[in-house]
Design a protein around this ligand. Structure first.
Ligand code: NAD
Length: 455
């Protein structure tokens, strides 16, 4: 099938590459000329396992092209996927300017039936606004062309995006109960047939329910994280081990083991903004989502916990003190630094006067870029970007772990001990067992695991 993907970011590039992999003829559009030039020169703008190979294979096969040519992009696909960003507006609601700009472009150039697929995460009711934007452009040029807007939210996870897209848990598609909607239903069904071979994974519903489903999913996941973080802080106070508690409750099938990890708070481009946007939607209907307000507040506080543990141990004045930080990306297997807890920790340590050596397996370039925005030149000069995890440790008072990269899970503890000034680890992701750390001679500060902390 001929498909256009508007927006070549995490979601758009993965969607385009994976749909090409299945044999479709895919045209990826972006307004960012630099990104398109990079892709046309064989580069990949993001770190995502397996993506480079899929893109290279399908470009070589002529099934995947990248361009900034809007008219050509509209002409290409019967299916027009909108996968542009929906960042938070000043009041927390989703900023739809990019989605609506993409919709207007389609209306401006379309000459035959199109299915417009909202893949971006958009508030309930956005499909109607997309429809109106397209129709306005058609009316302005006196054109009568049929189209349908469907909602097909994306559930992929950064760091496992290709795998998630190719083997989705579910595909959610909302379509209209109109002749155009039925036609769109048929085309979407055909497109997703290869994903349903093993068993049917598609949930067909009305458009508003599909839009809502995406927010409900992210809100639920964020809620589980904040719930466990809040309990972890209490566990620290009462002398319980949150990891033991996690196993204890996760074994109940009604609760399940997934997504119950206490840590340094959630970040990234999705949970923070989607929780906010859903709260904002509710407020428009005079409803106050009390649980989600608490989820957000707990998360904001949680991002401070690691830094507070450091200050509690070393004092509020960290002048002349140096720390090693492992992990900068908001989670492993990505270079995404949006809303990353590491940015909050670094701000705390710098404000307290410390110097820092940092390392991340893939996010170093992105970290340099965002930390230059977060910090003044003088503050930035107090950060050393190290060449390896071990390279961060020299002269450091302690090691602070913020991202649970696999490469950090089985380090050489003897070398860490030899390099650090004190054998102290602050572990924002509970990578290690407190007993094992104690035996190895470390003072270990996890999240919600203070039962064995030797202060
Ligand atoms: P992104 O910022 O990585 O990419 C968006 C791209 O759209 C950018 O390259 C930008 O230049 C381009 N763009 C903006 N306006 C355009 C226009 N008018 N025409 C063409 N291109 C345009 O964003 P993302 O992380 O891929 O997220 C996209 C959407 O998918 C968001 O709504 C997000 O909430 C949702 N989503 C993201 C993830 C994720 O893990 N990143 C997962 C599921 C859903």
């Amino acid at each position: 099938m001929k498909i256009t993907i508007i927006g070549t970011g995490y979601v758009g590039l993965v969607t385009g590459a994976c749909l090409a992999e299945l044999g479709n003829d895919v045209f990826c559009l972006d307004v960012d000329q630099k990104k398109i030039d990079l892709l046309n020169n064989g580069g990949i703008p993001i770190h995502e396992p397996g993506l480079e190979e899929v893109v290279a294979r399908n470009r070589a096969a002529g099934r995947l092209q990248f361009s900034t040519d809007v008219a050509a992009s509209v002409a290409h696909g019967t299916l027009q996927f909108i996968a542009v960003g929906t960042p938070p507006d000043e009041d927390g609601s989703a900023d739809l300017q990019y989605v609506l700009a993409a919709a207007r472009n389609i209306g401006k150039y379309m000459t035959e039936f199109k299915v417009i697929v909202d893949k971006s995460t958009v508030p309930v009711g956005t499909a109607d606004r997309v429809k109106a934007a397209v129709q306005d452009e058609l009316t302005a040029r006196g054109a009568e062309v049929k189209f349908s807007v469907v909602s097909n939210p994306e559930f992929l996870k950064e760091g496992a995006a290709v795998e998630d897209f190719m083997r989705p848990d579910r595909i959610v598609i909302g379509y209209d109960n109109t002749p155009e909607g039925e036609k769109a239903h048929g085309l979407m069904k055909k497109l997703y047939t290869p994903f349903n071979r093993n068993h049917e994974r598609t949930f067909w519903m009305d458009v508003r329910s599909a839009e809502f489903t995406k927010y409900a999913a992210n809100a639920m996941l964020a809620t589980r994280i904040s719930f466990m973080n809040e309990l972890a802080n209490l566990a620290d106070q009462v002398g319980a081990d949150i990891e033991a508690v996690r196993h204890g409750i996760g074994s109940d099938p009604r609760i399940g083991h997934s997504f119950l990890y206490a840590g340094a708070g959630y970040g990234g481009s999705c949970f923070p903004k989607d929780v906010q946007a859903l709260e904002r939607t509710a407020r428009q209907y005079d409803q106050d989502l009390l649980i989600l307000r608490a989820v957000e507040a707990v998360n904001d506080k949680q991002k401070l916990v690691l830094g507070q543990k450091v200050v509690k141990r070393f004092g509020a004045d960290l002048n002349g003190k140096h720390f090693a930080v492992w992990g900068l990306a908001f989670k492993p297997n990505t270079d995404d630094m949006r809303e990353a807890p590491a940015r909050v920790l670094i701000r705390q340590l710098i404000d307290a006067g410390a110097t820092i050596a940092v390392y991340d397996p893939v996010a170093m370039a992105e970290a340099k870029r965002v930390l230059a925005l977060d910090l003044s030149a003088e503050e930035l000069a107090r950060i050393r970007f190290a060449s390896s995890p071990m390279d961060t440790l020299t002269d450091a008072e302690a090691l602070v772990i913020v991202t649970e990269w696999k490469a950090f899970r089985s380090p050489d503890f003897d070398r860490i001990k030899a390099a650090l000034k004190h054998s102290i680890i602050f572990d924002g992701r509970n990578l290690f067992e407190p007993e094992v750390m104690a035996e190895a001679g470390f003072e270990y500060h996890g999240i919600g695991r203070s039962i064995l902390t030797r202060a």
